[in-house]
Ligand binder design. Structure first.
Ligand code: PEP
Ligand code: MG
Length: 552
């Protein structure tokens, strides 16, 4: 926190780019922890009470899921399943038999699940809030008390909370809630994801947010990730005019810089159902279709005909547009039963994953490429195909040669292993395009497993080492005239998106909900300005310094 002339400024992770000022209303306190005193009543009746509360909670969450729709629906349905989990019911029954009240048994059983999730680190740790919410809902039912939920008010307000359960975030009254400020949460927590989906201005992970009082005016600047208590009139005025400026870019206008340099804005998708939503948000095509997500539940590799149908559905949704499909990226964070390594791996992120797994099972790769070629020939979309985890020229050349032999027209590779960034000029000698996967490029550059919570701070694509690798790829793109995409999460950070273009990216692919913010931000800078920001960031010594230098 910084204090200047009675002002209090707190920082966190902003979601979106909006700015707004309004009075605070705080989320009511959670229910008190149920007493651990021994339970002396009828165990069978107590167990039945717990079962009834669990199943009523499941029904309530299912109903909320139906009303919410979108990503919120998936989250609420997952919570409903949690409440109805037979293993949970059994654990609760055992605890009651051991002398706990139903409230205490539910509290303890779900606290254990929360702890396991925390120990797994991000992204699983972010799900602990969802479990905590299920616990509060079941206990509230047992106590016959209302579930603590967002406050109601006739006037618009800024909601301040420790964290917001998905069930609450999904059904917020968006006519009243101007912005959301939470002390907990991270960029990948459901609170942040749901806020992004609803275009709700939010700053999460704000240490000290609990100090704001009901009724106090705060200025929430999501772009800067800053919340200011008691802002001056001038700050509020300037915040409002910046907000008005941002909404002027319509989703129907293409991605471009202030000087008209085109930067096509594409969508990252993992299923065909997301296509309509992406188009509505102005996606100019698909920059990354993660095919492995279609078949996560399969024990056997899907056949050519089935795959051709699925890819055909995707292409049919984007007639005349670019659709970049990635062949199966199996392993580490995306295990596929039919492309599992032969031996257990102590470090799966450094193991037989991506193209390595496909080369070990050549027939799976051939079938997938054959299916893609069939879909390509039957549809109008401009299909581009790429391989994950390519390390060098021979690997790139083998993939491009095979894909072209099987009939694919535009074939490229991802750049997500540092060796391939260093050798991008060679790779662009055989590949039609490359797309930089900054998620993996960051984990491999900083040697920090992207799934390990304690190492989450290393997973920051603003790191100048990552930016320098991106620049090598950008320079190789400029020299060869080939397309350089970025499809990692970095492109969804509006300020970083500008820097990536300054480093040589020619298109960006992001989660559809981020398209609007990235589009608005690109319009604020010329190519020359973007390059200058990139240069400032490159010479920094840390991710935080690079961000500060670019935005100075
Ligand atoms: C990446 O690594 O940046 C990427 C886009 O691929 P994934 O996140 O699916 O590994
Ligand atoms: Mg990757």
């Amino acid at each position: 926190m910084r204090e200047a002339e009675g002002q209090r400024t707190f920082t966190g992770t902003g979601v979106g780019r909006g700015v707004v000022a309004g009075p605070v209303l705080r989320m009511p306190e959670p229910l008190p922890e149920p007493s651990a005193d021994p339970f002396a009543g009828d165990v069978t009746l107590e167990q039945a009470r717990a079962v009834a509360a669990l199943s009523a909670t499941r029904a309530d969450l299912e109903e909320r899921a139906r009303r919410a729709g979108g990503h919120a629906q998936d989250v609420l349905e997952a919570q409903a399943v949690m409440a109805d989990d037979p293993a949970l019911a059994e654990d609760v029954a055992t605890r009651i038999a051991a002398g706990r009240s139903a409230e205490r048994a539910v509290f303890e059983a779900l606290a254990t699940v929360q702890q396991v999730l925390f120990n797994l680190g991000e992204p699983m740790a972010a799900r602990a809030t969802d479990v905590g919410d299920v616990s509060q809902r079941v206990i509230a039912r047992l106590l016959d008390r209302p579930v603590p939920g967002p406050p109601e008010s006739d006037e618009p307000f800024v909601l301040v909370a420790a964290d917001l359960a998905p069930a609450d975030a999904a059904l917020l009254d968006l006519d009243r809630v101007l912005a959301l400020v939470t002390s907990g949460g991270s960029a990948t927590s459901h609170t942040a994801i749901l806020a992004r989906e609803q275009s709700l201005i939010a700053v999460v992970g704000v240490a000290g947010a609990e100090q704001f009082e009901d009724g106090e005016i705060v200025l929430v600047d999501a772009g800067a990730g800053v919340v200011t208590g008691s802002p001056t009139k001038r700050e509020v005025r300037s915040a409002r005019s910046t907000a008005a400026e941002r909404v002027r870019v319509s989703p129907r206008s293409p991605g471009e810089l202030a000087d008209g340099t085109p930067v096509p804005l594409l969508a990252n998708l993992g299923s065909v159902t997301g296509a309509a939503g992406a188009l509505a948000l102005g996606a100019e095509g698909v920059g990354l279709f993660r095919t492995e997500l279609l078949f996560l539940d399969r024990a056997e590799a899907p056949g050519v005909a089935e795959q051709a149908d699925r890819y055909g559905e995707l292409l049919a949704a984007f007639p005349g547009k670019r659709v970049v499909v990635r062949v199966f990226d199996a392993g580490a964070d995306k295990p596929l039963a039919f492309l599992r390594p032969d031996e257990a791996e102590p470090n799966p992120a450094l193991g037989v994953r991506g193209i390595r797994a496909l080369r070990a099972r050549d027939e799976v790769l051939r079938d997938q490429l054959t299916a893609l070629a069939l879909a390509q020939d039957a549809h109008e979309a401009d299909l581009w195909v790429m391989a994950p985890m390519i390390a060098d020229l021979p690997e790139a050349a083998a993939f491009v040669t095979l894909a072209k032999r099987l009939g694919l027209r535009t074939v490229g590779t991802m750049i997500e292993v540092p060796s391939s960034a260093l050798l991008a000029a060679q790779i662009l000698g055989v590949a039609d395009f490359v797309s930089i996967g900054t998620n993996d490029l960051t984990q491999y550059t900083l040697a920090a497993d992207r799934l390990l919570g304690p190492l989450a701070s290393y997973q920051d694509p603003w790191h100048p080492a990552v930016l320098r690798l991106v620049k090598l790829v950008g320079d190789a793109g400029l020299a060869s005239g080939r397309s350089i995409g970025v499809c990692g999460e970095a492109a969804a950070d509006p300020a970083l998106a500008v820097v990536l273009v300054g480093l040589g990216a020619t298109s960006l692919s992001v989660t559809p909900a981020a398209l609007g913010d990235v589009r608005s931000e690109l319009r604020r800078y010329t190519l020359e300005a973007a390059r200058a920001m990139a240069m400032d960031a490159l010479s920094a010594a840390s991710a935080a310094e690079a961000r500060a230098a670019a935005l100075a």
